[in-house]
Design a protein around this ligand. Structure first.
Ligand code: FAE
Length: 552
């Protein structure tokens, strides 16, 4: 190794020694390769994986590689700053024994869930029967994190939620923006940062002529017919999926991904997750490195020399800690997602590591009013055996009834005669995270009963459609005789609210050099699916931080 390379690596706090230690966990997985788990580190992984050294000093450390983290990494790197990202999940660039990186939706295995021995599928039942099954415990892609009143689904790995989400890339209506982020300049967002985010994410619209006849969107056309017959606006929604690839899937000329129903456990081909957009660009600068299977456990002011001491657990694919590391960073960006960032900060404040944090930390958390339901259609309204996992449209009753319902797929591979919906509603309730000294954990005081408001708002759409169509709700998807999926959210938001727990640009009150860049800044509701707003807000905040704090 040349001196230049050595120096380069040291300055980023990364070495090949670290890399060898880091891949041990991946190689160890060969023993369970028959279960679909990655058998060995690929050449691609070997080229990009790197693990931070114990004792390293870095100019910038970013916790998490989701939307907020990826934007931060790219823009800082483009401004000439060396960046190290720390991600508790896996790299997701190595195929398993079935030749695929991600497990199929209908055949979950260890890759599917974060450290569970049994799946916890959002739809727990089908035709009344429970569908969860045993799986090997593994650092899989989807975390179903359980709090007392709600299960919060989140992506784990390089790309965060972009690995598991539906790719619906929705910019809120301009007239609703001030209810989402009241302290942010609306013109600046809609003229500069939303366009920048949409471009960075690769957001495009489905070709509606193709959509009108595609087999895989029969379910969506049935959804449109029912919405329009009841007088509701049916709106097409942009996505980050590669539509030309999906056309080829439908035509049968390429391996199928969305058309094969892949979504919750990762998408093997057509979806432009952050790995293919922001993170690819960030890596291409040569200034960004990522430590995977590394979980930040503490951040506190460094005893000497300025900056922050960051404690990190390196874990293996069983979730066991194999090394603990302490590094120093001049600046730390929290981008661990609404739940990850808020849990960390609440604990660090309560345990005295960051005592000066604002008393607003932990407050203002919401679930974007998520509630699910299915409707049972008549036999003449078949929704199709083949359903693309990528939603294309929604029913907009936000102004009149407080609900925006995504016409969602139910990709079971059989005809179900069901229409399925994920509604985003104007649920007014906000929960708080607090530190529980007895358990050492951070609790959330969300109450399932609060979802009744969301159910009422969703009913403003579906009661009317059912009446018009002479149809009923499905009662077999979330338990026995249970209509509403009111036990979960895909869209955690808030906990470290902008201009309350931070200043108006995500700088944490009380500590210079600590920033929050993710969904925890948005106070509980985005009026639509949230990742475009998370991305645009991160673009806005990092722009300011690069000029004002880094002088670049
Ligand atoms: P996020 O993407 O969650 O990234 C945080 C990252 O930090 C993760 O990779 C974590 O593993 C990592 N992390 C956490 N704690 C630590 C730690 N202590 N140390 C190191 N790393 C850590 O955050 N949104 C839409 O707009 N459209 C959709 O169609 C859509 N569909 C969804 C479907 C599903 C099933 C799910 C789960 C979510 C969906 N979402 C959708 C929500 C969207 O993915 C989510 O709002 C964003 O991913 C949140 O972005 P953040 O940057 O806040």
């Amino acid at each position: 190794m040349s001196d230049a390379t050595q120096n380069d690596e040291r300055s980023q706090g990364v070495s090949r020694r670290g890399f060898v230690a880091g891949t041990g966990a991946v190689l160890g997985a060969a023993a369970i390769g028959g279960l679909g788990l990655p058998a060995q580190a690929s050449a691609a992984e070997a080229a990009t994986a790197a693990s931070i050294d114990n004792g390293a000093r870095v100019p910038v450390l970013i916790i998490g590689t989701g939307y907020g983290g990826s934007v931060t990494a790219l823009r800082l790197a483009q401004a000439g700053v060396d960046v190290h990202m720390v991600e508790m999940g896996m790299a997701w660039d190595t195929p398993g024994s079935d030749g695929k990186i991600f497990a199929h939706t209908t055949k979950p295995d260890g890759r599917s869930f974060w450290l569970r021995t049994k799946t916890k599928q959002p739809l727990s039942n089908f035709l009344g029967f429970p569908i969860d099954q045993d799986i090997p415990k593994y650092t899989g892609i989807l975390d179903a994190e359980e709090f007392s009143g709600i299960t919060v689904y989140q992506g784990r790995g390089v790309g965060g939620g972009s690995l598991v989400n539906g790719g619906m890339a929705v910019t809120p209506k301009r007239e609703n923006f001030s209810s989402v982020l009241p302290s942010v300049d609306v013109d600046e967002m809609y003229n500069t940062y939303y366009p920048r985010a949409n471009a960075g994410l690769g957001v495009t619209n489905v070709d509606q002529r193709w959509w009108e006849s595609a087999n895989c969107y029969q379910y969506a056309r049935v959804g449109r017919k029912h919405a329009e017959r009841s007088g509701f606006p049916f709106v097409f929604v942009p996505n980050v999926y590669d539509w030309e690839y999906m056309k080829a899937e439908e035509a049968g000329t390429v391996p199928k991904s969305a058309v094969a129903g892949e979504i919750l456990y990762g998408n093997n081909y057509g979806k432009k997750s952050l790995q293919k957009t922001y993170i690819a660009q960030a890596k291409a600068t040569g200034k960004v490195t990522i430590s995977t299977l590394h979980k930040v456990t503490s951040v506190s002011p460094a005893a000497s020399g300025g900056g922050y001491t960051v404690a990190i657990d390196q874990i293996n694919t069983s979730g066991d800690t194999v090394a603990t590391k302490t590094v120093t960073a001049d600046r730390v960006f929290f981008a661990a997602g609404s739940v990850g960032t808020t849990k960390l900060l609440v604990r660090l404040k309560a345990t005295g590591a960051l005592p000066n944090l604002s008393s607003e930390v932990g407050k203002g958390w919401g679930e974007n009013g998520n509630v699910m339901c299915g409707r049972a259609n008549h036999m003449w309204d078949a929704t199709g055996k083949v359903q693309s996992s990528i939603p294309t449209a929604g029913i907009d009753n936000w102004a009149a009834g407080g609900a925006f319902a995504e016409v969602a797929p139910l990709p079971t591979g059989i005809e179900t005669y069901a229409s399925f919906y994920l509604s985003i509603t104007k649920n007014p309730h906000r929960a708080e995270f607090t530190y529980n000294a007895a358990t050492g954990k951070v609790d959330l005081n969300w109450q399932t009963a609060w979802k009744q408001d969301s159910i009422n708002m969703a009913k403003s759409i579906f009661d009317k459609i059912n009446k018009k169509e002479g149809t009923i709700y499905r009662t077999d998807l979330f338990g026995t005789y249970k209509i509403w999926g009111d036990h979960l959210t895909y869209h955690p938001l808030g906990g470290v609210v902008l201009n309350k727990a931070t200043d108006n640009y995500g700088r944490l009150n009380g500590y210079q050099g600590l920033y929050v860049m993710d969904g925890s800044l948005i106070p509980g509701n985005a009026t639509v699916n949230p990742f475009v707003t998370i991305t645009a807000l991160a673009e806005r905040n990092i722009d300011k931080i690069i000029t004002a704090d880094l002088g670049r």
